[in-house]
Write a protein that binds this ligand. Structure first.
Ligand code: UDP
Ligand code: MN
Length: 252
């Protein structure tokens, strides 16, 4: 029996949200034995997400977890000032701990942000991970490719090519690793935290799970790129704003 891929996706309301999630769901539809855990950064579930999931033909769970107000990005505040997705990813981990069983459920957990670009091959690479698998990520950390460095003799991860905060224990992007489900369930305390330095979310979680020499390199010894940290441009809605000042809108 094929292990299930559990993709955890935090998402928040903005003009491009439906477009992002439509593209993502159409990638996910092509993956066998797939389960989508989508967590809205909101007080309550929205119809937009509920309908999108209902029509998606995917197996899914729809959760909500609002980011605490003190950690919410202020209008005009740069993105990097506050961590994103923390409360949402932890809520998904809690759901897995309450609804999946260490001895009977086999699967792998992947943190799939709503704006990245995923090659289907990525999901073949991660499915049989025993603890934590790692691979390169494109367009992140100020590089074309940020990736683990593999020792040819041992086949083990010995470091990283990262330039941004390379002193992190695991200088890797959220899109660059996946965790075996029973293994994660064997670490009931492991979670993300608001109280870590900027850019240390991934490193802090992985430090709670494994040591460097336990990492399982994937994607042809970390030489292939199957995921890109793409970011979507904000939509220009200048004229929409003008319309709405007149009590009208273009989307109804
Ligand atoms: N996200 C969220 N609430 C926010 C901002 C972001 O739930 O206030 C989600 C977002 O939809 C994405 C993930 O958290 O799935 C990472 O956010 P983003 O892509 O904006 O961060 P970046 O990749 O640019 O660091
Ligand atoms: Mn992103």
């Amino acid at each position: 029996n094929l292990p299930v891929i559990y993709a955890i996706t935090p998402t928040y309301q903005r003009p491009v949200q439906k477009a992002e999630l439509t593209r993502l769901s159409h990638t996910f539809r092509l993956i066998p034995n797939f389960y989508w855990i989508i967590v809205e950064d909101n007080q309550s579930p929205t119809n937009l997400i509920a309908n999108l999931l209902k029509n998606s033909k995917l197996n899914y769970t729809h959760l909500v977890a609002p980011t605490p107000t003190s950690w919410k990005r202020k209008l005009k505040e740069p993105k990097w000032k506050k961590p994103r997705g923390v409360a949402q990813r932890n809520t998904a981990l809690k759901w897995l701990r309450e609804n999946r069983n260490r001895s009977s459920d086999c699967g792998v957990i992947y943190f799939a942000d709503d704006d990245n670009t995923y090659d289907l091959q990525l999901f073949n690479e991660m499915r049989f991970i025993k603890k934590v698998g790692v691979w390169p990520v494109g367009l992140v950390g100020g590089l074309m490719v940020e990736r683990p460095i593999i020792d040819a003799a041992s086949g083990k991860v010995i470091g990283w090519n990262s330039h941004w905060r390379p002193e992190r224990d695991f200088p890797i992007d959220m899109a660059g690793f996946a965790v075996n489900l029973p293994f994660l369930l064997s670490k009931p305390e492991a979670e993300f935290s608001f109280n870590v330095e900027r850019g240390f979310q991934e490193s802090s979680l992985l430090s709670q799970l494994v040591a460097l020499d336990e990492l399982e390199p994937r994607a042809n010894n970390c030489t292939k790129v199957y995921v890109w940290h793409t970011r979507t441009e904000e939509a220009n809605l200048n004229d929409e704003k003008a319309l709405r000042r007149q009590g009208k809108r273009s989307d109804e």
